[in-house]
Design a protein around this ligand. Structure first.
Ligand SMILES: [Zn+2]
Length: 429
């Protein structure tokens, strides 16, 4: 069944507030010290605190037994050799970040301990035993590495690395560093917040990513669709039985996914940016530190996605400005062209007018009909001033208006200026 995880009411989770401080505290965990007094050269377990028995997964009744017999794993981790040395020399010893595999065969957990060994002496000063104190640093180390990873990601975001690169790097970092096997998926919300697109999921199979790409957000649409719809984390501890996964159970089965915890990624103004999901190969419930990790990285992903949106908007605005610049340039070019053409036409008209004036002047003495002959069937009552001809040998006298009209509209028409002499001048040369 789903456990509705704590509802985040803070609108801006990225502002350092008490909630995110709490997240970091949970991420860094509470270290538990184990403590055991060992007696004699055999290192017989004398007294020990409950945390010791909890760590080795044994009943607190186990006293008077050699430590190596009670926890044989410690031999291969070198703890026994150090115990022998401390017992022999009487010198205290400290070792940091000792990797230890503890627990029953099927449930072995890799842990990390800082150990301190102190010799216990009798009244005469002879060593009679050793007090062994171990502080588990596993969670602390993971948290430190995760925080270093997170810092690197934020730096990458600040450097404006491509979004896919940042999200992919984030997913891989969490997968590498998480204490248990986890598969990370980031889905990106469409601008309308109604669908989720593939963002990053380097360890999920392609067929799974392709099937999930474009799913709708909504109640009961897997962990991510529901988390996006509710705007709050959705923890599905067992995909095999959870009704939210009815439509995707077979798909998840093919991808060997058994649990999915999804956290919505929200912008500073609370709009949906996507989802951050952690998948597991077997049914699992999250610890507080898991939820804290999800929140910290969902916020980091939010930062990356928001930055990406800002970059996209900037690029779109630049493209728009460029298009406007081009449009303006075209308009200016066209205007210039039209003005040039108008100027050329005006020049041509002025030139024509001048030519007609000079033709009229030079023809002043030439006999002519009384009226313009170019008025067509309607006739023209204006006095004939200029003689025109065409290349077919026709000639006529017209008024300036009709002559100009004929010159402009009939390409073979020209002013019949007898001073020029025509072809005859060439024949008689
Ligand atoms: Zn006329």
């Amino acid at each position: 069944m789903t456990t509705p995880a704590r509802n985040r009411t803070e609108p801006d989770a990225r502002v350092p507030d008490s909630a995110s401080e709490q997240d970091l505290r949970e991420l860094f965990g509470q270290s538990t010290a184990v403590f055991v007094s060992l007696a004699g050269p055999q290192h017989l377990v004398d007294t020990a605190n409950p945390a010791f028995f909890a760590a080795i997964g044994k009943d607190p009744a186990h006293t008077g037994i050699p430590l190596a017999e009670l926890v044989p794993e410690l031999i291969e981790h070198g703890v026994l050799a150090v115990l022998d040395q401390v017992y022999r020399t009487g010198e205290p010893h400290t070792s940091h970040a000792v990797p230890v595999l503890l627990g029953a065969r099927a449930h072995k957990v890799r842990s990390s301990f800082d150990f301190s060994y102190e010799p216990l002496r009798d009244d005469e000063g002879s060593v009679i035993g050793i007090r062994l104190i171990g502080v588990e640093t596993t969670q602390l180390e993971h948290a430190h590495r995760l925080m270093a990873e997170q810092r690197a990601l934020v730096e990458q975001i600040a450097r404006q690395a491509p979004l896919a690169e940042v999200l992919d790097g984030m997913a891989r970092a969490i997968e590498d560093l998480a204490p248990e096997q986890v598969l990370v998926s980031v889905l990106l919300a469409d601008p309308d917040g109604r669908h989720l697109r593939h963002g990053a999921a380097p360890s999920l199979p392609d067929f799974y990513n392709e099937a999930i790409d474009g799913i709708a957000t909504g109640e009961g649409v897997g962990s991510c669709g529901t988390a996006a719809h509710r705007r709050e984390p959705v923890i599905v501890t067992d995909i095999g039985t959870d009704p939210f996964w009815d439509d995707f159970r077979a798909l998840a089965g093919r991808a060997q996914l058994a649990a999915c915890w999804s956290t919505p990624i929200l912008a500073r103004d609370s709009t949906l940016l996507g989802t951050f999901a952690m998948y597991h190969r077997s049914p699992r419930s999250p610890q507080d530190s898991d939820l804290a990790l999800a929140r910290v990285f969902a916020d980091t992903a939010g930062l990356a996605i928001e930055r990406h949106h800002i970059e996209q908007a900037k690029a779109a605005a630049e493209a728009q400005a460029e298009a406007a610049r081009e449009e303006l340039a075209t308009a200016l070019r066209t205007e210039h062209q039209l003005r040039t053409e108008a100027e050329q036409r005006a020049e041509a008209a002025a030139e024509l007018s001048a030519r007609m004036h000079s033709a009229a002047a030079s023809l002043a003495a030439v006999p002519r009909p009384e009226h313009c002959e170019l008025g067509g069937s309607a006739g023209c009552s204006e006095p004939a001033e200029i003689k025109v001809a065409d290349s077919w040998g026709d000639a006529a006298w017209g008024c300036p208006d009709h002559v100009e009209h004929a010159l402009l509209n009939v390409s073979s028409v020209f002013i019949a200026n007898e001073d020029l002499g025509g072809l005859a001048a060439y024949r008689n040369r």
